[in-house]
Design a binder for this molecule. Sequence first.
Ligand SMILES: [Ca+2]
Ligand SMILES: [Ca+2]
Ligand SMILES: [Ca+2]
Length: 464
Amino acid sequence: MRFVAAALFLLLPAAACMGSGESPEGPSARRVRGPNILIIVTDDQRYPGTLGVMPSTKRLFGRGGKTFTNAFATTPMCCPSRASIFTGRYVHNHGVKYQSVPGRLDQESTLQRYLQEAGYETAIAGKYLNGWDLSTDPPYFDQWAISLNGYRGMTFNTNGTMRKVEGYSPHYVGQRALEWLRSFDRSRPWFLYVSTPSAHPPFDVEERYETARVSRWGGNPAVAEADRQDKPILGRQKKYDQETSADPHVLGPVAALERGKKERRGQLRTLMSADDLVQDLFAEVRKRGEQEKTLAFFLSDNGYLWGEHGLNGKRYPYSASVKIPLLMRWPGRVPRGSTNDRLAANIDVAPTVMDAAGLTADDDYPLDGESLLRPSGRDRLLLEHWGGGAGKWASIRTDDYQYIEYYGRRRRNRPLFRDYYDLVDDPWQLHNLLRDRDKTNDPNVARLSRRLAADHRCSGDPCP
Ligand SMILES: [Ca+2]
Ligand SMILES: [Ca+2]
Ligand SMILES: [Ca+2]
């Protein structure tokens, strides 16, 4: 029976799976449909330039699925971005604006709730939400082993039992995930969310990769940017600090490159362990004979600056901070070895899963993202950051340009600074056209500002 249902499902286009509703027997006897869902999330992994050390990920997701080459974290910060992955919603709608407020996430709005209620067996292994009180079990998961940031000696809440785990925490995460993959009930689909600390600071590398070779890297034009007068967020730091308590850690080009090289080495080496995890997970999926019944995603929660514009880390609106790897795999449904350069984002994962599983979101929690199984209707993305670190900013990003407004604490809707980059002529974001004393190349700022203000309040379908 299960086999027939699954086989039928695989023949149907995604549209035919929408709105299954409840069967006459009620929710408990509802026929569960939809593929297994596997979401693998790395931490602070930028894109491109980081998949070279991940041969298994490239084979399984790259050659075995679709690579979205133009994907973004709509908020480049761990906890807000993870809440967006779980809900398919922009930060201004799910409310987790900072690292420290995971409790603001309405758990009813999450993928795990929709999938569990639809009959999926649900499990999570690894980092959940920054700042989460670990003694509180994560809602809507049947099994869990959750922790916070870190690589060694981490405390985990494993199915309600708190304990300190010695050794390399990604191993523990992998062991729990594999254990659950082996034990999932074969009569219904499963949802497994696996989150590794790779490649978050402090880049604590597994012993076997401590001296692993990584390719040479000499920076890029954004790291070498010497004239940053066009970036008031950096150049007027003192004034900006007074207004926003920003802490940009700006370095000169030489120091920025040195730091970037060092952090890159650490990140790439931690990602080698993440690649082993990907390999192990799919070996188990294959053993279950469920490769074609499993829709899988590989993504990062945000990017990471390796010294671009003198910056390291994330939180800024510039490309290296906001661009993420995003790959999707579903043999038989997603073309193997394909790439797609649509504007894609962390907020698209949940809508894609809902689409594949034939589920619709509650009216109270409209989905802002779009299904990656369907053509894109998006011509721009909203990027937003509500404070801490890089201060408060919002941005419109298209294929052709990026417009950014930085706000102060007071007069919150009046920008302190604005950046505008022509991404076709200036892909490294070296020349803010609103700061070059040349009015003739300026965009229509009033129009952009109105559009950004509207996007910053959007909800559901009207969202970019
Ligand atoms: Ca992160
Ligand atoms: Ca410049
Ligand atoms: Ca200008």
